[in-house]
Structure formats: structure tokens, C-alpha cells
Design a protein around this ligand. Structure first.
Ligand code: CUA
Length: 319
């Protein structure tokens, strides 16, 4: 997997983010002109009208009620604000007005305290915290349209190199789209304070070349394979309340409150980026989730060491 990019809005790879950078430069440019004019006039005034020897305490002439001056400092800023408003509105409509082509990839991202559920309704895939999409060649666009929902509080989906922030609001559906042009891994995170573990609600968008994406889809669509070497762990998993919250396709586990575990080991991190997905971290996570992520909804199951081992062995087979 390529290394993740630095999440900067000045390094965009997707149309909405490119538009946002363009707009940022317009606003920064205009602000720079205003800054230079205001700071220049202030500096000029400080030097030109400084207190010289012999001036004493006499005040310079005071100007009151000049219609010309008052009009100038009202009308000019008003015009500047109007320009900023109109330019911004044009960019917003340009991004939000894009209609979804019929062949676009549709993804639903559901915010949870504190992880992202990622569903591909047309492909029958459910995963978590890592959004996989195909690269979009401007000659052959393959945009991804994202539907945003929340099951609890307000979250915000933000991957700076791909698009602007968009909130995930309970009982309201928001939409956004991306068309990443360069394969790679782009990092993002929840951008709206949503509780104690808000800072550990990380997100990765993995942009694949088309054939690689198709392979990923095919792998994710397969149900979990029952590995005979992990039979004890599998039976233990299915006997515990794990299955009330987690789904493993191909088994009776069909809970929907926690992340789908069918292809758990295909993910780079666990707990929305709070830990790398290694056997040791996975075991520690199952043993005491709250030690890694205080406040997490997943309970510590108070398992014996041997049970932990066999459960971890089973989880490692979910590739
Ligand atoms: Cu979810 Cu902050």
C-alpha cells in the first residue's frame, strides 16, 4: 500500500478540492491586496504624521462628517464582500450542482461514535474506516458519489485532498462526490466534535487503478471462509455476544451496531485508526477496548487468556 499523503488543501487531487484551492487563492489574493493597502496607508500615516520636535501637544486637524470618506469606507468594503460572496456561490453551485452519472460508484458513509461504516449498496459490500474507490481519469471519469448519514450525533467527513467538509447529521441525508485522479492513500478524519474519541475517528480513502479496484470488490464480496484451524475461536465468537453487534458474512453473526468483520484483516487499522491492525493490537483490543479507546461502546468481554488467544486466531482468518 502506498504511503498516505499529507492532508493539505493545497495539494488537491479531486475536482471539488481543486475548486476549493482555486477559490482559496482568489480569497487569499484579494485579502493580500487589502492587507497591503491598509498596512501601507497605516505605515505611511505613522511616518508622515509622526510627532516631530517642536510639535508640542497640539493635535492635527480633525475631520468630521465627510460624506466622501464615509461613502468610500462603506461602499468599497461592500463591493469587496459582494465579489467574495458571488465568487464563492459560483464555486459552491459548481460543486453541488453536479448530477450523478448513472455509472457512478455509490457509497453510503454512516457516522458512528467513533468510526465510519462504509456501505456499497449496489455491490453488497460493507466495511469500515477505509473507503476504497477507483481512480477517475478525466478522459474516462469514474466519480464516487457519497451519501452521508449518522446514527447518533453530528460528525463531519473531511478528506482535505479530495473535497470540502460535509456533515453527517442524524435524520438528515447529505451528499457529496469525489473524482480522485491519482491512485494513493488519502487521509481524513471526523471534522466535527462528536464526543471524547472524536480525535480517533480517522479515515482513509484508498484510490485504486481500475483493475485493482475490481479485484478489491471481488475479494470483499466473498463471504468469510471457515478456516478449520480456527474452529475453536469461531465457535467461541459465535457463542458470545460479539454477534449481536458484528456481522461476519457466511456465519450466523449479523449484528449491525459495530463494524462488519467479514474482511477485518483487509483493513490497515482497527478502532478507526486508534491502533494498527496487528495480531497483538487486535488481541489487546478484544481484551480491553477501553484501554485503547476510552469511552468506546465495545465492552470488555472479560475473557480468559486461552479464549482471547483462540478468538484472535479466528479474527486473523477473516481476510
Ligand atoms: Cu465524529 Cu468527530
Amino acid at each position: 500500500m502506498p504511503t498516505a499523503q499529507t492532508p493539505s488543501i493545497f495539494d488537491p487531487v479531486s475536482s471539488p478540492a481543486l475548486a476549493i484551492r482555486e477559490l482559496s487563492f482568489v480569497v487569499l489574493g484579494l485579502s493580500a491586496v487589502i492587507f497591503v493597502v491598509v498596512a501601507g496607508v497605516a505605515a505611511y500615516t505613522l511616518v508622515r504624521f509622526r510627532n516631530r520636535p517642536g510639535d508640542g501637544r497640539r493635535e492635527p486637524p480633525q475631520v468630521y462628517g465627510s460624506t466622501q470618506i464615509e461613502l468610500a469606507w462603506t461602499v468599497v468594503p461592500f463591493l469587496i464582500v459582494m465579489v467574495l460572496f458571488l465568487v464563492t456561490a459560483r464555486y459552491i453551485y459548481g460543486i453541488e450542482g453536479r448530477a450523478m452519472p448513472s455509472d457512478a460508484l455509490e457509497v453510503t458513509v454512516v457516522g458512528n461514535q467513533w468510526w465510519w461504516e462504509i456501505r456499497y449498496p449496489r455491490l453488497g459490500i460493507v466495511t469500515a474506516n477505509e473507503l476504497h474507490v477507483p481512480v477517475s481519469d478525466p478522459a474516462r471519469p469514474a466519480p464516487t458519489f457519497i451519501t452521508l448519514q449518522s446514527v447518533d450525533v453530528i460528525h463531519s467527513f473531511w478528506v482535505p485532498q479530495l473535497a470540502g467538509k460535509m456533515d453527517l447529521i442524524p435524520n438528515k441525508t447529505n451528499r457529496m462526490w469525489i473524482d480522485p485522479r491519482v491512485p494513493g492513500t488519502y487521509v481524513g478524519q471526523c471534522a466535527e466534535y462528536c464526543g471524547t474519541q472524536h480525535a480517533w475517528m480517522l479515515l482513509e480513502v484508498i484510490v485504486h487503478p481500475r483493475d485493482e479496484f475490481d479485484r478489491w470488490v471481488a475479494a470483499q464480496q466473498t463471504p468469510a471462509v471457515a478456516d478449520p484451524a480456527a474452529r475453536a475461536g469461531r465457535e467461541l465468537f459465535l457463542s458470545l455476544s460479539c454477534i449481536n453487534c458484528h456481522t461476519v458474512r457466511g456465519t450466523p453473526a449479523n449484528g449491525v451496531f459495530g463494524p462488519d468483520l467479514t474482511h477485518l484483516m483487509s483493513r490497515r487499522t482497527i478502532a478507526a485508526g486508534a491502533a494498527r491492525n496487528t495480531p497483538e493490537a487486535l488481541r489487546a483490543w478484544v481484551d480491553a477496548p477501553g484501554a485503547i479507546k476510552p469511552g468506546v461502546l465495545m465492552p470488555a468481554m472479560k475473557l480468559a487468556k486461552s479464549e482471547l488467544d483462540s478468538l484472535t486466531t479466528y479474527l486473523l482468518t477473516l481476510r
